[in-house]
Write a protein that binds this ligand. Structure first.
Ligand code: PLP
Length: 459
């Protein structure tokens, strides 16, 4: 077969994409049947498709486009670094952007989290965190203390180890996982608590789950607890107040490392650089981040470790070499982009902006929950939101319930708003620069879509 390609006509691009580009989470049954929206340009909170139709980017890329699209100075910073020094092996060299960014992140993170291991994205940041825990316990002579506690509905990534820590719809996957390395705590979603149970009692119940699992496994076998401050891909699940502080305190008591996976919550989503300390009052041992670190302009992640952990690592015995690293650790172009991203966020005081527009965003979200019968739960925090379909609508089939996200997204898309459907839920996390008027436009479209959907669902 002649594999040479000719210059593309616009329709060819869709065909070639279908035939040759295996997208993430492809349903293999529909392989080569699905056309993805082809997007050409973007500016601010908007993206345009190849037909010239404009959309509000409700998902903010993939929870990541904090400063919005079309920032010329980002492009210039990226180009300047690519011209000056596009790549330097992190095994042999450092560069100005890598050193500056490591220092900057050390300043921004809470407590003594001062050591940064750069990665290629969020999954590799999570891998690094888990491997650091394994390395630590091997060096401290406790090779049996390595089980990781994770949670149902958690998402930590798509590499073997990060996918192993992921508690989402595990039963559906045909990929292998290292199941012996992890145990999953039951759902923490307050929406799923028994009808007559208050929030404080739900928190007590979740802490009881946590303590019971530690007792069952034995703390001497548990190396770490990994937790997203908010379980975002699980459907923006905000654990009950006090949950993080209590689990953190229990981890301290049992010498279990606390890994806070801030791949989504980091870099302003909740109005702070990091949510662990400023929003939830804990200083973890490790923070993982990615996404908003560069606002999605180029890939970069980081695993940030505490001084106490590093001292323990250094003080142990056995093989001294931390054999973890990637060709693109501290990639100079990515680090330059991250520095520019942070500079823009500081200059424009985007964290303060998020804190100012959040009450309006959250009140429009709650209003939906109070207004539409088909919405069982409208939840969120900061500029994160989720609408979950009511499970108990009469006459509803389970299949229809699971179509809620896709159907609502399609209705909103027709009106110029993109959402992210997750089965019976639709989630959104717009660029952090979104204005109050744009928030209104977003929610007006959602409400119109829900009115239409209500007619279909409840007759
Ligand atoms: N951790 C969390 C909390 C995430 O939401 C994600 C991605 O959505 C990841 C890790 C994986 O990051 P990446 O896709 O950059 O590998």
């Amino acid at each position: 077969m002649n594999k040479q390609s000719n210059a593309p006509a616009p329709n060819d691009l869709n065909t070639w994409d279908r035939d040759h580009n295996l997208h993430p989470w492809t349903n293999i049954r529909d392989w080569r049947k699905t056309d993805f929206m082809r997007v050409n340009t973007a500016q601010g909170i908007h993206i345009w498709d190849s037909e010239g139709k404009r959309y509000i980017d409700g998902p903010g890329g993939m929870w990541c486009v904090q400063i919005g699209y079309g920032r010329a100075e980002m492009a210039e910073a990226i180009a300047a670094q690519a011209m000056a020094m596009p790549y330097a092996s992190p095994w042999s060299f450092t560069t100005e952007p890598a050193a500056l960014l490591a220092r900057k992140l050390a300043e921004m993170t809470p407590g003594d989290l001062n050591t940064v291991h750069f990665t290629a994205g969020g999954s590799t940041a999570v891998d690094t965190a888990i491997r650091a825990m394994q390395f630590l316990n091997n060096r401290l002579g406790r090779p049996d203390k390595k089980i990781v506690l994770s949670r149902e509905k958690a998402y930590h990534g798509s590499t073997y180890l990060a996918a192993t820590m992921t508690g989402k719809e595990r039963f559906k996957t045909r990929f292998d996982k290292a199941d012996n390395l992890v145990r999953f705590l039951p759902d923490v979603n307050p929406y799923h608590r028994p009808k007559d149970m208050g929030m404080a009692a739900w928190c007590d119940a979740k802490i009881a789950d946590f303590e019971q699992m530690i007792a069952e496994i034995g703390p001497e076998h548990i190396g770490a607890f990994i937790a997203e401050p908010i379980l975002c891909s699980g459907g923006v699940i905000v654990p009950p107040p006090g949950y993080h502080q209590r689990t953190h305190e229990i981890c301290r008591r049992h010498d279990i490392l606390y890994i806070s996976d801030e791949v989504v919550t980091g870099f302003g989503r909740l109005g702070h650089w990091f949510a662990s300390q400023d929003v939830f009052g804990i200083t973890p041992d490790i923070i993982t981040c990615a996404k908003g670190l560069t606002s999605g302009y180029v890939p970069l992640g980081a695993c940030i470790l505490s001084d106490a952990l590093m001292e323990h690592l250094a003080g142990g015995q056995g093989d001294d070499v931390f054999y973890n690293g990637y060709t693109y650790c501290g990639h100079p172009v990515a680090c330059a982009a991250a520095l520019k991203n942070i500079e823009i966020m500081e200059r424009e005081d985007i964290l303060d902006h998020v804190r100012r527009v959040t009450p309006h965003f959250q009140s429009r979200l709650r209003h939906i929950g109070e207004t539409f019968e088909i919405v069982g739960d409208a939840r969120g925090m900061g500029l994160l939101g989720c609408l979950e379909c009511r499970p108990d609508l009469s006459e509803e089939t389970y299949a229809k319930h699971l179509q809620f996200g896709v159907k609502l997204d399609a209705l909103c898309e027709a009106q110029g708003l993109l959402l992210r459907p997750f089965g019976n839920m639709a989630v959104f996390s717009p660029p952090l620069i979104i204005t109050t008027d744009e928030i209104d436009e977003m929610f007006d479209i959602m409400e119109a879509g829900l009115s239409q959907l209500s007619a279909e669902y409840t007759g």
